[in-house]
Design a protein around this ligand. Structure first.
Ligand SMILES: [Ca+2]
Length: 183
């Protein structure tokens, strides 16, 4: 069988059209699929706001089983950050010494033999802790800190095993150059 030049061009055009259509479908499915991924957690899309001279508080949810949840809020060394948090987290499925259901201030600190597995060995179990760069802060339900090292604000519950946790804390983060008031 021999094909004329015109037939060959026609065949090639059909092949390219089909390839183009396939690629479009793949891209479409990828775009569609990406919306199914759990969105990053911020309640407030302005969490991405630049760090300087922020006027209002940003709300962030941190779940009991989160491991250093990245808020996307960047702060620079020397800036002041005011944090207030509420909510309840269950840090262990059964009650141990102290309560297994706590607010952002947590319960007793971990025992020395367990402490090294915790993000902050001297802070209460289940309490809210924060990391910016490599610096860590035991913030609890209410704190105001001066940033020691520039970076992005991350939160988690002070616990060595987060996989068995439930509940969440809702955190208000206020970043400013001066001394932001706490509400
Ligand atoms: Ca736990």
């Amino acid at each position: 069988m021999s094909l004329s030049r015109r037939q060959i061009y026609g065949l090639l055009a059909a092949v390219f059209a089909f390839a183009g259509l396939s690629a479009s479908v793949v891209l479409l499915f990828r775009a569609w699929g990406s919306t199914e991924n759990p969105a990053r957690p911020m309640l407030d899309s302005s969490a991405q706001i630049a760090s300087k001279d922020v006027s209002g508080p940003l709300l962030v949810i941190v779940y009991g089983n989160d491991k250093w949840r990245d808020t996307g809020i960047h702060v620079d060394k020397g800036q002041k950050v005011a944090i207030s948090a509420s909510g309840m987290v269950t840090w262990a499925p059964v009650e141990r010494v102290g309560s297994n259901v706590v607010g952002p201030d947590g319960t007793r600190p971990p025992y020395p033999q367990d402490a090294l597995g915790f993000p902050m060995p001297h802070a209460g179990i289940g309490s809210l802790v924060m990391r910016i760069g490599e610096s860590r802060y035991a913030v609890g339900s209410r704190d105001r800190i001066e940033v020691r090292e520039s970076g992005t604000i991350e939160f988690m519950v002070n616990d060595d095993v987060v996989g068995d946790n439930s509940g969440s804390f809702t955190i208000s983060v206020l970043v400013g150059k001066g001394s932001p008031p706490l509400n």
